[in-house]
Design a protein around this ligand. Structure first.
Ligand code: SPD
Length: 380
């Protein structure tokens, strides 16, 4: 196991082990078996955009003969609305852990039969213990990838706008209205999700980031209203290309997505230098989970796909392409050093100590967040 991951998750898991599930089943040969004879050879997957390896789906189709319909989303809120309405038509979905937690309570997912996952033992047990706090016993989900929410920026344009001392290591870069006003001219993107923007604003204002107190939440919203005139757009995936092309200079976004923007900018060779910063005040850390909806129609194929994703070579291929961290300890030897050594993907000890997980929002707080968000975006 990678020492960097180990230190983080062993520490967190120590406090949380009580809720851990049983031992994983012994691994078989690990390869994706063929679909059962006579079963329909299709699978419907709903995943985040920019979140799969270049050949992952093609490899699965080739090995199993199962045809995959692969759709994408870029918001937990959108996925949740579909799941709660039911009959999504999907066999595999990928909610973040805090959203999955309340979806489990709503009875949206099947319990996983781990005896059908020969590669389950590749997952880091310390990590699984941590995840069990939100999915007790790890009964309904498997970890896919994890990351942080921070700041992506165009090094040169931010320097031009704010000078050599631009506070790129702090939320002050984007949450201080006078800074954002100066960045407005080169373009500012913010994730279109209240549940991930309000908490870091509160943290920056010195409040408890996961507060459910209406008055505290209002302070964050008031600050966002001050920032609103300087925000070019709210969107949760467009910023990757825009940062890479130099069309915006700052994005509050997800670690791997910003590092993908950095890689695309380098490949394009037009002198755009993108960097990712996890602010010194602390930042959200999150986990995206694989789960099978209760009404999935191709359950056998869903298990084959999950087991395929758990294979070290498959997971390493995904990580090397999308630049996110995983909980698959067997994959680590195949993950590129460029990924393992990037502190934006696997943060160092000091940074890790400041990361926080987002709370599972009770329905009334969720509604409050969404009301504030709509008002903010429509500028009322
Ligand atoms: N492009 C893939 C981004 C995946 C982001 N997951 C978001 C988790 C939010 N808590």
């Amino acid at each position: 196991m990678n020492a960097r991951m180990s230190a983080l998750f062993t520490a967190l898991a120590a406090a949380l082990l009580a809720g851990c599930g049983g031992d994983p089943p012994a691994g078989a040969d690990g390869s994706a078996a063929n679909a059962a004879p006579g079963a329909e050879k299709v699978l419907n997957v709903y995943n985040w955009s920019d979140y799969i390896g270049e050949d992952t789906i093609a490899g699965f189709q080739e090995e199993t003969g199962i045809r995959v319909t692969y759709d994408v989303f870029d918001s937990n809120e959108v996925l949740e609305a579909k799941l709660m309405a039911g009959n999504t038509g999907y066999d595999i979905v990928v909610p973040s852990l805090t959203f999955l937690s309340r979806q489990v309570q709503a009875g949206v997912f099947q319990e996983l039969d781990k005896s059908r996952l020969s590669n389950y033992g590749n997952l880091d047990p310390a990590f699984m213990a941590l995840l069990a706090t939100n999915d007790p016993g790890n009964l309904h989900s498997l970890p896919y990838l994890w990351g942080t929410t921070g700041i992506g920026y165009n090094v040169e344009k931010v320097r031009e706008a704010l000078g050599e001392d631009a506070p790129v290591d702090s939320w002050a870069l984007v949450f201080e209205p006078e800074n954002l006003a100066k960045l407005k001219g080169c373009g500012v993107a913010i994730l279109d999700t209240p549940s991930e923007i309000i908490p870091p604003v509160l943290l920056y204002l010195g409040e408890q980031p996961n507060s459910f107190d209406e008055a505290v939440i209002q302070k964050g919203v008031d600050r966002l209203k001050e920032l609103r005139p300087h925000i070019t757009y709210f969107h949760s995936s467009q910023f990757i290309n825009d940062l890479a092309n130099g069309d915006i200079c700052v994005a509050v976004g997800w670690s791997g997505d910003i590092i993908q923007a950095q890689a695309r900018a380098e490949e394009a060779g037009k002198g755009v230098d993108v960097a990712y910063s996890i602010p010194k005040e602390g930042a959200p850390m999150w986990f995206d989970m694989l789960a099978i909806p209760k009404d999935a129609r191709n359950v056998d194929n869903a298990y084959l796909f999950l087991d395929y994703l758990l294979r070290p070579d498959v997971m390493a291929g995904i990580q090397n392409y999308v630049m996110y961290a995983s909980a698959n300890q067997a994959a680590l030897p195949m993950v590129d050093d460029a990924v393992l050594d990037d502190p934006g993907i696997y943060p160092d000890e000091d940074t890790k100590a400041k990361l926080f997980t987002l709370a599972v929002l009770p329905p009334e707080v969720d509604r409050l967040f969404n009301r504030h968000w709509t008002t903010l975006k429509t500028g009322q």
